[in-house]
Write a protein that binds this ligand. Structure first.
Ligand code: NAD
Ligand code: UD1
Length: 332
């Protein structure tokens, strides 16, 4: 049985679907601070399987103890946390408090119940401004905002935890840029307010809910001058968690894995592909660079392939089609 913190969120919900499809039993804890509990029924509908949902905060140790008492948890996938980069700059304490404190509480209660297998959601943001491309897991680590720093600090906490107790088995997954949605259109990404990230913004422009996409910079040292990222279909990302769970079940240790496709696409590639596969127009204008952005980021996926056997299967076309399908079906 797998405990999924933040399991009603964007990546968590897709991972719950994959877990259920692969025969795992699933328990979710989520405080619904950035999600909706109808996601639970949607996961059940997609998979035709049941799961347990606990409403509450991961920093509520009494609730965690109740969950571990009422269920035989074999491993935890820890998604819960805040993730908005801009907000983290304005409200750093909110981010340090939620992301760090909830992780500490979770690890304490896991130890109490001798559950020592954990998969953690980290981010490519821990690579800061990468010196080499594609980015390998042993690239130097640094951050440029409090959100990223919480990820790096949690990686350190987990490392120290392993050093203190070698029975732990920890997989730290560094996600590149997840986009897209489940084919059913029942679950997907629905950010509050005006989106900061590229794909949710494109979707809203395509649906005429926002007027025009600003392309942040066309003078980067990239093939067409716009920023290059490693976009990964969220269902592929979810599949990566199954591999990570299999890995932590087999051995102890702490390991770090990139989850991406290994291929970089530019902002203009994304716009063109989105227009083509969905037969819509995405109005855009080139504006100045966004402060803090880097030119290119894409993963070296050799390690996750060799050690986890993880390989993506979805294309950029699938990502664009599925993101739009979710938006249309849910009136995003
Ligand atoms: P999300 O906001 O959709 O999901 C996070 C979930 O955690 C939400 O349902 C929220 O309600 C819940 N939550 C937050 N704090 C909680 C707490 N203290 N107790 C209980 N529930 C809590 O985000 P996502 O995109 O699914 O991201 C999941 C994880 O992956 C996050 O840790 C995020 O930082 C990380 N990540 C995301 C991306 C991305 O681009 N989406 C990239 C790299 C890393
Ligand atoms: C985001 C996160 C980062 C996280 C990463 C992977 C922010 C600021 N950063 O970065 O912490 O690790 O995802 O999940 O949220 N773009 C535009 N116009 C827009 C929006 C974006 O041109 O309106 C461009 C950006 O300049 C960039 C690319 O699109 O080149 C992707 O941007 P975005 O989706 O915000 O992701 P990242 O910048 O990679």
């Amino acid at each position: 049985m797998i405990l999924v913190t933040g399991g009603t969120g964007y990546i968590g919900s897709h991972t719950c679907v994959e877990l259920l499809k692969n025969g795992y039993e699933v328990v979710i804890i989520d405080n619904l601070s950035n999600s909706n509990n109808d996601v639970v029924d949607r996961i059940k509908k997609i998979t035709n399987k049941d799961l347990k949902f606990y409403f509450g905060d991961v920093s509520d140790k009494e609730l965690l103890r109740r969950i571990f008492t009422e269920n035989k948890i074999d491993a935890v996938i820890h998604f819960a946390g805040y993730k908005a980069v801009g907000e983290s700059v304005k409200l750093p304490l909110k981010y340090y408090d939620n992301n760090l404190y909830s992780t500490i509480c979770l690890c304490e209660v896991m130890k109490e119940f001798s559950c020592k297998k954990i998969v953690f959601s980290s981010s490519a943001t821990v690579y800061g401004i990468p010196k080499t491309l594609p980015i390998k897991e042993d690239e130097a680590l640094s951050t440029t905002n409090p959100y990223g720093t919480t990820k790096l600090m949690i990686e350190q906490i987990l490392k120290d935890l392993y050093v203190s107790d070698n029975e732990f088995s920890i997989a730290v997954l560094r996600y590149f840029n997840p986009i897209g949605a489940d084919k059913s259109g029942l679950i997907g990404e629905n950010p509050n307010g005006i989106p900061n990230n590229l794909m949710p913004y494109i979707v809203k422009v395509a649906l005429n809910k926002l007027e025009i996409l600003s392309v942040f910079g066309s003078d980067y040292d990239t093939p067409d001058g716009t920023g290059v990222r490693d976009y990964i279909h969220v269902v592929d990302l979810a599949r990566g968690h199954i591999k990570a769970i299999e890995h932590v079940m087999k051995q102890t240790g702490i390991d770090y894995y990139n989850l991406g496709t290994g291929v970089g696409y530019s902002v203009l590639d994304i716009i063109k592909t989105f227009e083509k596969v969905n037969n819509v127009k995405v109005n855009y204008k080139i504006v100045d660079r966004r402060p803090g952005d880097i030119a290119s980021s894409y993963a070296d996926v050799t390690k996750s392939y060799k050690e986890l056997g993880f390989k993506t299967i979805y294309t950029l076309e699938d990502m664009c089609k599925d993101a739009y399908n979710f938006a249309i079906k849910n009136d995003i």
